[in-house]
Every structure is written in C-alpha cells, then in structure tokens.
Unconditional design. Sequence first.
Length: 186
Amino acid sequence: MTTLRAWRGAILAGCLLFAGAGAHQPLFNPGSGTRETAFRVPQPSVSKVITVQGRAGGRDWYALSTGAGFRLDVAVFVSSACDAAYRPRLWLVGPGVPVGAGQPEFVPDGWGAVGVSGPYSAYSGHGVVGWRGPTLARTLGAGTHYLVLEHGARGGWSFISLAGAEVPGGTPEGRAALGRFGRCGG
C-alpha cells in the first residue's frame, strides 16, 4: 500500500511539474497587488497557467498587451484543498471596457470593469483536482488590458488559465508553483 501511494504521488508530481511541456505554459505570480505592480503576461496569445498565492482581502493584477480582435478566454481554478470560503472573483478592467453600475472601488476613473463570479464546478484534468470558476470571454481591442483577481475574505492557492496557442515553455518557478497548488493556505 505504501509503495502504491508513493507511485501515485510521483505520477501526480510529474504531471504537475511537466504540465507545460506541450500545454499551457506554467508561470508564477509572486504577488501583484496594484495596477502599477501588475504581473505582465508575456505573449497573451499563447496559453498560460499562472499560479498565485492569494492573500485574504487582497487582489492580484495581470497586464495583457493585445492587438485588435484578441479573443480573451480565461478562468480561475482553486485547489480542492480549499473550502467554499475561497472562491476568487475575476474582473476585466481597462479603458474601453464598458462602465456600468456596481463598478468596484479599485477601477480607475474613466475605466470600466466586467466581472465574472458565480458557482465554481468540480474539475479534474491535466493532473489538477480542484474547482473551476466561470469563464470570462471577450474580444478585446488593441492596447493594455488588466485582469484582476479578487481573493475575498479568505486567501489560498489558485491559478488563472488563459486559452491560446499550445506552445511549450513556462518557467521553473511556474512549474514549482503548480506543485504548491494542491494545498490551500501557507
């Protein structure tokens, strides 16, 4: 039984560590609590999985520079180790995003925000077991756009998954962060 458990652990670790070999490029966001310190997403047209350890009451900003007609398709994933109290909310923020009622306080004057929240569904695939949030999908104009992940009253490990071309790559830090995704806190 112990040998079987060890093999399962080794297989899971291998899947997580090498997930970016021919799929989403794994990256790590060490924390980007303001627009000025936003995590710059390289090549947004290439699929990415960007892991972050969310802080209770905090948010993380991601900057994407795109050409006209860029198709954004992004969702948030949360570790299965996290209870229902940790379900981050995802926002698209920027100039050219429609300004509507109920704009969050962190949106700069003259900018708009579109958020997605709602039920997370159970997810199991690509070596990940967790919860998947709703998809935020939009066609964007040329310029810099921001994704904002609001962590809420509880912190935990999560990642955003950006759809795009499947190109090998990522970073060692990104692969290591995927290994920490399996826990909720600390």
